[in-house]
Ligand binder design. Structure first.
Ligand code: M6R
Length: 614
């Protein structure tokens, strides 16, 4: 949630900040702002320019500002405390306006701190939790006259999560940085020093970065960077070289990130499988559990949110079918406040694209306290989910920019399928030969997705036309189809704002069928599976009531045309793997409907890519 970028050096800070903020916009786009140092013959001041809405608005405003600053900080916001408004936009400043800060995270004790600070004469301009930080630093600076020292002291009063960067007019060219539970990277480039909440903001300028750890501080100047610990002692954190290039994060010729990311899915399948079958044996070394420990597992919980939760629903089917281990899938936000039955033989699998979803992290911590082994599946190397789990699989989706998850979902499902196969192998429920055969078929899904891109474009377009003017839609299926329906409905509603719900097809007649009137879209996953006939029967009931029926079916199934108004085919695939292929046309369908309805498919309203608040 929210994005931070900062620069101090010899170039125009304004341009570097705007370019960084544009790249960070996927993290939140309620408002954006910068603080730029301006030095005249007599003094240095900090100019703060903020604007509600996207970074493009701030950019136009800055075009009229004659800013030659070579030091500044910027922020793009996703509102938590306080509505999206100019006064609530970052940067926030101290009473005298000489200190400005940008902050990601939540200050939990802000109300208490605010009333103490007000009691001591501070005046607040915003409704945010962040602003207390500016005033705390101001108080400490009055005593210490050292920006980094003042920031360090301010942090001792704050309870919560923060990635924070501060500038002060009395220390021109200096940016002070701190972190706790909110990512910060720092890098040195040819023209100066950079700080950001995400590598993507500064990748044009630096490749060698320090990933700041909790409790570490940094002082950036045009000449260099120094690091200290919470006691102020100098430290030398390791420098990581980042070798992915900006093309990976750009649209690469696609009209939007969502389409680019959907089209990358065959590669994601292949990359996620690389190195997993060595010497004919399936291996997931990063699991952090011995074969003996795996063999003892008698219950699995998958905890996740949103799309990652839906990947968990697919995993439940596979783990129970192949490994015969009971598997429960829970929204992390529910799991953390229940008292789930956890024993040392429980495996908790935490799934998170970003690796920083607050509810998932809290659930991991809770599960570990209760004695479970926790295994993370995430897309972000070094993310909190990766660091706080006993073992981790990285999904190899690479950076996902569109707010709606697509390729990371496929990476998650493939990774969870590997886990299910491994558990089945360890439990002797599947032979090594069966695991190898299934592994090969899993790899085949890469080409099957490609086949969908090449052959089903028109069918998806026709289906989208049939949905675009609807007020509501139902997604139905049975077995794997029911799990896939959930993801189809989420994709449609989050990017097209068309209300959609998923139902197990057999549940339709227990209530939802009342919604159906002539023309109501029912989107079904009815691939050739053991429950195919049952699903078709349920669709007939909808057809009889006038529903417009759109079916994702198996290539060659001509009979389905008798009840379907529109058919989108996927290649014939084992039921266990149809989640991978059948989800793809539903992603494309959602995107087409959203575009037809004039929606921004990459940045849907009210959402953010990383949900780091409860
Ligand atoms: O980063 P995570 O996988 O933990 O995020 C979970 C959800 O916030 C995320 O999947 C969300 O539902 C997406 N907008 C779905 O497209």
């Amino acid at each position: 949630m929210c994005g931070i970028v900062g620069y101090t050096g010899t170039e125009a800070a304004k341009d570097i900040l705007i370019s960084g903020l544009k790249r960070l916009e996927y993290r939140g786009y309620d408002s954006a702002g910068v603080a730029l140092e301006r030095t005249s013959a007599h003094e240095t001041v900090v100019d703060v320019i903020r604007r509600v809405g996207k970074v493009a608005g701030l950019e136009s405003e800055l075009a009229n500002v004659d800013a030659e600053a070579a030091c500044g900080i910027g922020h793009t916001r996703w509102a938590t405390h306080g509505r999206p408004s100019t006064v609530n936009a970052h940067p926030h400043v101290s009473c005298d306006g000489r200190i400005a800060i940008v902050h990601n995270g939540i200050i939990e004790n802000f109300a208490e701190l605010r009333s103490e600070l007000e009691g001591r004469g501070h005046t607040f301009a915003s409704e945010t939790d962040t602003e207390v930080f500016a005033h705390l630093i101001e108080e400490a600076y009055a005593r210490e006259h050292d920006l980094l020292g003042a920031l360090r002291e301010a942090c001792t009063h704050v309870v919560g999560a923060y990635g924070i960067a501060a500038v002060c007019a009395d220390e021109p060219g200096v940016i002070a940085v701190a972190r706790k539970d909110s990512p910060i990277i720092i890098g040195r480039g040819e023209h100066g020093s950079y700080v950001a909440s995400d590598m993507i903001a500064v990748i044009d300028s630096t490749r060698d970065v320090v990933v700041l750890e909790d409790g570490q501080f940094a002082r950036l100047t045009p000449e260099g960077i120094s690091y200290t610990d919470a006691q102020g002692e100098p430290i030398e954190p390791p420098v990581t070289h980042v070798d992915w290039n900006i093309d990976m994060a750009e649209k690469a010729g696609y009209p939007d990130f969502m389409l680019k990311e959907i089209c990358e899915q065959p590669r994601v399948v292949r990359d996620t499988l690389v190195g997993r079958m060595t010497g004919g044996e399936l291996s997931i070394d990063e699991l952090g559990l011995s074969l003996e420990e795996l063999n003892l597992i008698d219950r699995v919980y998958v905890i996740a949110c949103g799309t990652s939760y839906h990947a968990g629903l697919i995993a439940k089917n596979l783990i129970e079918m192949w490994a015969r281990i009971p598997c429960e899938v829970e929204a992390a936000s529910e799991f953390r406040y229940r008292d789930p039955i956890i024993t040392p033989s429980t495996l908790v699998v935490a799934v998170s694209q970003s690796g920083e979803t607050a509810d998932t992290l809290a659930a991991i911590r809770d599960a570990r306290i209760k004695g479970a082994k926790v295994f993370g599946i995430t897309n972000v190397v070094g993310s909190p989910v990766a660091r706080e789990s006993d073992g981790v699989i990285y999904t190899k989706a690479n950076k996902e920019i569109a707010v709606a998850s697509t390729k990371s979902f496929i990476g998650q499902v493939v990774s969870l399928t590997l886990l299910a196969l491994l558990l089945a192998q360890v439990k002797y429920r599947l032979t090594v030969g069966q695991v190898r055969m299934l592994f090969r078929e899993l790899g085949d899904t890469a080409e099957q997705i490609q086949w969908i891109f090449e052959t089903q474009k028109d069918a998806i377009h026709e289906a989208a036309l049939a949905c675009k003017d609807a007020h509501s839609a139902l997604f139905v299926g049975r077995g794997m189809g029911a799990a896939i329906a959930n993801e189809g409905a989420l994709k449609l509603k989050e990017i097209s704002y068309l209300h959609a719900e998923a139902y197990a097809a057999g549940e339709m007649k227990h209530g939802p069928i009342a919604l159906i009137d002539p023309g109501f879209p029912v989107i079904a996953i009815a691939t050739k599976s053991p429950v195919y006939d049952k699903t078709v029967s349920n669709l007939k009931e909808c057809e009889a009531r006038g529903a417009k029926i759109i079916v994702v079916a198996t290539e060659g199934d001509e009979d389905i045309r008798e009840i379907a108004d529109h058919v989108i085919y996927i290649p014939r695939v084992r039921d266990a793997f149809c989640a991978i292929t059948a989800t793809v046309p539903l992603q494309l369908l959602a995107r087409e409907v959203a575009l037809m309805r004039g929606c921004d498919v990459d940045q849907p309203r009210n959402l953010a890519k990383s949900v780091t608040v409860e």
